[in-house]
Design a protein. Structure first.
Length: 248
C-alpha cells in the first residue's frame, strides 16, 4: 500500500482530492496525513515518510518547492496540484515533474497516479529536479532545463543550448559543448519549456537560441556560433529576423 499525504492550503481541495482517492484508489493508496503550510508540510513529511505527496505550488507561507528543499527524507514521488498558473506550470515542466490542475479531473488524477506508481522505486534525482523548478519559479537569471533520455537525466543551462531539431516525435538538443541529447518529445513540447525571450521557433522542426545566431543568409538559413546552419521557413522569416536582429 502506498502512503500518501496531501499538502494544500485550501481545505476544500484536500477534501475533494481525498474523496476521489478513497473512492477510486483505496486499494493502492492510503492517505495518512494532511498539511496546509510549508511548516506543517515539512513536519508531516518527516513524521510519516510518505511514498507519494500531492503538493500545492503556492502556499500561504511559501511554496511547495520550499518544502522539498527543507526536508531530509526525499524517498517519494510528487504530484503537484496547482491552479492554472502559467508560470508555475512552466516551472514544473522545466523540472520534468508531474502535475494536475485544479479543479481536479478524475482522468488526469488517474494518469498522474499511475505514473507515480510506476516510478515508486524512488527518484534519486528529485532534489535536483526540484531545485531547477524552484530556480525557474523564482526567476533565476541562469535557467536550467531537465531533459530525460532512456539512459540519462540532463540538467542543461539554456544559455548552453545552440538549437533544437526534431524528427517526428523525437527532438535532439545541440549544445555548445558538442553534446547531442535526443529525447522522445516532439518539438512543440520542447518549445513549451524553453524561455520565449531566449529561443525562437524558426522552422517547423527547428528552435534556435537567439544569442548564438551570427548571421542570416538570404539562401534561407541562420549561421550559428559553431558554424552550424539552421533553416528558416518563409512563413516565419519576418518574425524570426525581427526577433534576432530587431529589423523588419
Amino acid at each position: 500500500m502506498i502512503k500518501a499525504i496531501l499538502i494544500d492550503d485550501e481545505a476544500s481541495v484536500r477534501k475533494n482530492l481525498r474523496e476521489k482517492i478513497d473512492a477510486h484508489f483505496s486499494d493502492r493508496i492510503a492517505i495518512v496525513a494532511e498539511a496546509a503550510s510549508v511548516a506543517s508540510g515539512v513536519e508531516t513529511i518527516a513524521q510519516h515518510q510518505p511514498d507519494l505527496i500531492f503538493l500545492d505550488v503556492n502556499l500561504q507561507d511559501g511554496t511547495g518547492f520550499d518544502i522539498i528543499q527543507q526536508v531530509e527524507y526525499k524517498e517519494f514521488e510528487i504530484i503537484f496540484v496547482t491552479g492554472f498558473d502559467k508560470h508555475a506550470i512552466k516551472a514544473i515542466k522545466v523540472g520534468a515533474l508531474d502535475y494536475i490542475l485544479k479543479p481536479i479531473d478524475l482522468e488526469e488524477l488517474s494518469e498522474a497516479i499511475e505514473k507515480a506508481i510506476d516510478n515508486s522505486q524512488g527518484n534519486s534525482q528529485l532534489e535536483k529536479l526540484i531545485e531547477i523548478s524552484r530556480d525557474y519559479f523564482h526567476g533565476s537569471k541562469k535557467k536550467r532545463v531537465i531533459f530525460r533520455t532512456a539512459e540519462n537525466v540532463y540538467a542543461v543551462y539554456e544559455e548552453n543550448i545552440l538549437y533544437c531539431s526534431s524528427d517526428g516525435n523525437y527532438t535532439t538538443i545541440f549544445t555548445d559543448r558538442s553534446e547531442k541529447i535526443m529525447i522522445s518529445k516532439p518539438i512543440k513540447k520542447v518549445e513549451e519549456i524553453l524561455s520565449e525571450e531566449v529561443f525562437v521557433r524558426c522552422h517547423q522542426s527547428h528552435i534556435v537560441n537567439v544569442a548564438h545566431v551570427v548571421k542570416y543568409s538570404k539562401q534561407g538559413y541562420l549561421v550559428l556560433s559553431d558554424d552550424e546552419k539552421v533553416p528558416v521557413s518563409n512563413r516565419r522569416k519576418d518574425y524570426v529576423l525581427s526577433r534576432i536582429f530587431n529589423a523588419s
